[in-house]
Design a protein around this ligand. Structure first.
Ligand code: F6R
Length: 617
């Protein structure tokens, strides 16, 4: 939520403003209601900001024509105050010497703002962020240098922040500090230093990075970084890491083809990303499997799509002999569990590793009740990885589209591997049986390749239902996760339609009241143990005029015959392939949602009101 990108360089003739603007555009998935840039030039701060998308604000080169040797930009997802120019970041102090951008929420900003106003500071925005430059200004007036002033300022602030501070009178460096909001630093040693809320912002420029920890401040010189502990002001040594993601991961090109939308490109990456996932270190899978088996109670938590990956994963783990796992939405975690029993494990799933509610849930369990934390995370070095005992890194690579898809497919694949390892370790299933399930799971990438070959069929179904404004997605058992994910995807990126994922057996206890002629009902119908019961639910909906869209195995006969439209998932006709088909079934629904949104002309990558990485609670 909110994107930050800044840079400081000693290289001459660098188009600093343009580079910052481009970096911000690579981060627009974090927020896109307004944007701004501040540059230091000739002892002054020049700041330009406005509401709207960056491309529109910069239409006549408004950002690119700014002059300056270093600076910072921000793309906003509004929290405090509507998305208008005055609330856009950067924010300045009274003398307009200090520029600050911020990602996070300050809890005590009202009190600070009141005190600062009483002392004569003039506020120009409704934001919590604006207290930063005014506090820093005061500390500098008291004789502190910029670093000390920022340290004293953040000590006053309660809540979450990732901030970048530039001062017109200190042209050699800028400062970044963080607590509970992400901030990464990229570096071309000896030349240029970047700061950003996510790695993809500087990925085309460098792969060498530092991750800032909570309660750290860093001084960014051109091509050099010094990190300090905020509490003690002691310098901390940190080795840079090399980002493993490819440089073109932040572009819309794949295999030489330019895609219109990141989401479409990312959906086409799914088969290869899943294959990479299956090559994850055996030691990581073992650590998960053993920790889960040794626990007295296991919980699994996440938000949104990642939560649906939890549902798919927990189903597999229990099915293969693991314990029953209690799934709880991370935003509900604390309220549902006023106490956590001893020897519990909390599994957490997250693409960003920065979702505030997920982090709060695992910290609550770990810090108060000593629970062990096993997390499945896409971003190396993200906050969640630092609160975890064991981590499985998903191989999705940067997911730029706001609506998650390839991350989900990798998360479910990884959790399925853990499930099979549990079966192996428990030894209750014949080794040969486990091997056959494993072979079927490894086929997932090929199955998804085959699904892509049928994309035109999925697109034609999307076209046929593109005018619909309500959908049910119904399923039973293991496929509930896919139904929920399919419905979430539709309502996120095709906001013309409301969609609800529901347990098929439960649908006659209420939802069926809405069924009229032509009301679309999507059935997720693999030929598993729930199939025959699901036929009954299809009949009930059909009898009331429902328009039946079914996602079935390609050898299906019964449900496809009852359906108006059918999407066929090419899996083998055996129990191994059927049991391991969670990803392919969900994947078809992600593709369906993509095409519905694209046909309806929505901004597929940046859906209304949504932002990737929800770093506020
Ligand atoms: C849905 C979506 C969100 C995220 C959720 C969790 O398409 O993208 O629902 O899944 O905000 O985010 P992470 O996985 O980063 O914790």
């Amino acid at each position: 939520m909110c994107g930050i990108f800044g840079l400081i360089t000693k290289k001459k003739d660098v188009p600093v403003a343009k580079l910052i603007r481009e970096g911000l555009q690579r981060l627009e998935y974090r927020g896109y209601d307004s944007a701004g840039i501040a540059l230091v030039h000739d002892g002054k701060i020049e700041c330009r900001k406005d509401s709207g998308r960056i491309a529109d604000i910069n239409k006549d080169g408004w950002f690119d024509s700014m002059e300056g040797s270093f600076g910072v930009g921000h793309t906003r997802w509004a929290t405090h105050g509507p998305p208008v120019a005055k609330n856009s970041h950067p924010h300045l102090d009274c003398k307009e010497k200090i520029a600050v951008v911020h990602n996070g929420i300050l809890e005590n900003f009202q009190q600070l703002r009141k005190e600062l106003s009483e002392r004569g500071h003039e506020f120009k925005s409704d934001t919590d962020t604006e207290v930063f430059p005014h506090l820093i200004e005061e500390y500098i007036e008291k004789g502190m240098d910029l670093k000390k002033a920022v340290i004293e300022t953040v000590k006053q602030c309660k809540g979450a922040y990732g901030i970048v501070v530039c001062h017109a009178d200190t042209p050699d460096y800028m400062l970044v500090a963080r607590k509970e909001s992400p901030l990464t630093i990229g570096i071309t040693p000896g030349e240029t230093t970047y700061c950003a809320s996510d790695i993809p912002a500087f990925l085309p420029l460098t792969k060498t990075a530092y991750i800032l920890d909570d309660d750290e401040i860093a001084v960014l010189y051109p091509g050099q970084v010094e990190i300090f502990d905020i509490e003690t002001n002691q310098k901390r040594h940190r080795d840079p890491m090399t980002v493993q993601w490819s440089m073109d991961a932040a572009a819309k090109t794949l295999d030489g083809k330019e895609y219109k939308w990141f989401m479409h490109k990312e959906l086409h990456e799914v088969p290869r990303k899943i294959r990479e996932q299956f090559k994850m270190p055996q030691s990581d899978i073992d650590a998960f499997a053993k920790t889960i088996m040794d626990a007295d109670q296991v919980f699994i938590t996440a938000a949104g799509t990642a939560y649906y990956a939890c549902l798919a994963g927990k189903f597999q783990i229990t099915r293969f002999g693991g314990p029953y796992i209690q799934s709880i939405l991370c935003s509900e975690f604390k309220d549902h569990l006023p106490e956590i029993p001893p020897n519990s494990v909390v599994m957490a799933v997250s693409q960003s590793g920065e979702t505030a509610d997920t982090i709060e849930a695992v910290r609550y369990a770990r810090e108060n009740y000593g629970a062990k934390v096993c997390s499945v995370v896409n971003v190396v070095g993200s906050s969640l990885t630092r609160y975890s005992d064991h981590v499985i890194i998903t191989t999705a690579g940067p997911e730029i589209a706001v609506a998650s898809q390839k991350a989900y497919c990798c998360q479910v694949s990884a959790l399925s591997m853990v499930a099979l390892r549990i079966a192996e370790l428990k030894g209750e299933m014949e080794k040969d049986e486990v091997k056959k399930y494993h072979e079927a799971l490894i086929e997932t990438g090929n199955v998804c390749d085959e699904i892509l070959k049928k994309e035109d069929n999925i697109k034609s179904i999307a076209k046929a239902v593109s005018e619909k404004t309500n959908f049910y997605y119904l399923a039973r058992g293991a496929s509930m996760a896919a139904a929920l994910e399919g419905a979430l995807k539709i309502k996120e990126i095709n906001p013309k339609a409301h969609a609800e994922g529901y347990a098929a057996g439960e649908s006659k206890h209420g939802p069926i009241a809405l069924i009229r002629d032509g009301f679309p009902v999507v059935f997720v119908a693999p030929p598993d143990e729930t199939y025959d019961r699901l036929i009954g639910n299809v009949m009930e909906m059909k009898a009331r005029g429902g328009l039946i869209i079914s996602v079935v195995a390609d050898f299906d006969e019964k449900i496809s015959e009852l359906s108006d439209y059918t999407i066929e998932v090419p899996i083998k006709n055996n129990k191994y392939a059927i049991t391991m088909s969670a990803v392919p079934f969900a994947y078809t629904l992600q593709i369906l949602a993509y095409h519905a949104a694209e046909i309806n002309g929505f901004d597929v990558d940046k859906p209304t009101n949504l932002a990737k990485s929800v770093t506020v609670k």
